[in-house]
Design a protein around this ligand. Structure first.
Ligand SMILES: [Zn+2]
Length: 455
């Protein structure tokens, strides 16, 4: 089935508590969204999957968590104060602002794309994408600071502290997950382009002679993470090397990992060869030596940097879009989110078949309590069993456990798997460990087709 349109995903996300418009009761705010109860779980699971793969399981990468506001000299040295900007055009009539790149001709000749007035567009002016604020009690020029537009610079300015305190040799990496801010002129497409967003970036420091080898390795490694860890369909992913004329000023080579969204192929992650640009810029501006001792050559050198950088919010969007499916069953349609069990906000939902039987409800609640220390579990008796299944399918819950009248006699419950809708009858004592093993992939599902128990 083709990828669903964003409005389908936006609607599901709001209806089921994944993502809400920010400050919605006041009309929202363009470029800002809030994660709801299920969204924060999904997002945390994606971040945990990245951290585990990039830091925990590796010997050569360590993590940091830096402040969002840094000394403004960081952004002067990095080039963001002078160069992180887009040429913008204002309409004198309707006051709207447009990127010059988006206009279909020179401002002096064309009509305003919004109000249609001719001759109303100003000359292009550079508009810096960083949010500025003031630190301290007085708002004066000397107190200007910026909300970071990327997490990467913290890894460069803390390079020496990390390398020294952790006794690192090349090659090694520093990873970080955190919020970044860009005053995008045209935010949009739901959580694809945000003004406040979250990044997962890793700066991998290598000997300059190993630059190409590590660039290729990280492109492969990151592509494999999207397919094998996040479970995104390989047929909707592609690698796109940048043309020389679209490379950032700091980059010698960059490859994007793109996903085929309904809006077209769009960037999920960039793997950039940043050379020694950043370390040299900060060394020059700070007067500090940002070098590392190389055992092989017996000399200090400035390493090159390979950087895999991605947005968490785009990963959330990709998981929702890629997992979304509509299926026609015998008597009804179901929407199912086919996402990895490891990513699902709820791993197991416990459903009593009859909510007016206190002993059933009590047994189902006890089973939920037994599940919770092992996996994220939820008790629900607010609708008929059919409706409860549909609701859990739609939020991607991989396993539903039904406690029925028979359970009171035989001590067993029915586990139903989301994708196949097949079932297993398992002793309730064993259900928590069984589901924990299934979610972790330690054991395979062997359910059999079976009618849902009649209420
Ligand atoms: Zn206008």
């Amino acid at each position: 089935m083709p990828a669903p349109n964003f409005d389908v995903i936006v609607s599901l996300a709001k209806r089921r508590g994944f993502v809400f418009p920010s400050s919605e009761i006041y009309g929202g705010m363009a470029g800002f969204w809030d994660y709801g109860p299920l969204g924060v779980e999904l997002k945390n699971n994606i971040k945990a999957a990245w951290w585990r793969h990039m830091v925990t399981l590796r010997d050569d990468v360590v993590g940091i968590d830096a402040a969002i506001i840094m000394n403004p000299r960081v952004w002067e040295a990095s080039g963001h104060v002078a160069g992180f900007s887009d040429p913008m055009v204002d309409c004198r009539n309707c006051k709207l602002r447009f990127r010059e790149d988006d206009l279909k001709g020179p401002p002096s000749e064309i009509a305003c794309p919004s109000c249609g007035t001719r001759g109303s567009l100003t000359e292009a002016r550079q508009f810096n994408l960083m949010f500025a604020t003031h630190v301290g009690p007085v708002a004066e020029d000397a107190s200007v600071a910026y909300l970071r537009p990327e997490t990467a610079q913290a890894m460069f300015v803390q390079f020496d502290n990390v390398a020294t305190s952790m006794r690192r040799k090349l090659p090694f990496g520093i990873a970080q997950i955190g919020r970044s801010f860009r005053n995008e002129i045209t935010p949009g497409n739901f959580i694809f382009r945000l003004r406040e967003f979250e990044q997962m970036e890793m700066e991998f420091f290598v000997h300059p002679r190993d630059e190409d080898e590590w660039f290729t390795r990280w492109v492969d490694e990151r592509h494999r993470w999207w397919t094998d860890v996040l479970g995104i369909g390989a047929e909707r992913l592609r690698l796109r090397p940048h043309d020389p004329d679209e490379l950032s000023h700091y980059s010698r080579q960059t490859t994007d990992i793109e996903y085929q969204f309904p809006i077209g192929w769009s960037e999920l992650e960039g793997i950039a060869d940043r050379t020694d640009f950043d370390l040299r810029a900060h060394a020059a501006a700070s007067g500090k030596r940002l070098e590392i001792f190389d055992d092989a050559s017996g000399e200090h050198l400035v390493p090159f940097v390979i950087e895999p950088a991605m947005g968490v919010d785009r990963a959330v969007l990709t998981v929702l879009v890629d997992g979304y499916a509509e299926e026609q069953l015998a008597t009804e349609k179901r929407v199912v989110l086919r996402i990895r069990p490891s990513l699902a906000p709820v791993k197991a939902a416990v459903l009593p078949l009859l909510r007016n039987r206190p002993e059933l409800v009590e047994r189902a609640r006890r089973l939920t309590a037994d599940l919770k220390p092992l996996v994220s579990a939820q008790y629900d008796d607010t609708a008929s069993i059919g409706k409860l299944y549909r609701r859990q399918d739609e939020i991607g819950t991989p396993f539903c456990v039904t406690v029925d009248v028979e359970s009171l006699d035989d001590g067993a419950a029915t586990i139903r798997e989301r994708d196949s809708m097949t079932q297993e009858r398992v002793s309730m004592d064993l259900v928590p460990q069984r589901i924990a093993d299934l979610v972790a992939g330690r054991t395979a599902w062997e359910g059999v087709p079976r009618e849902a128990p009649a209420p």
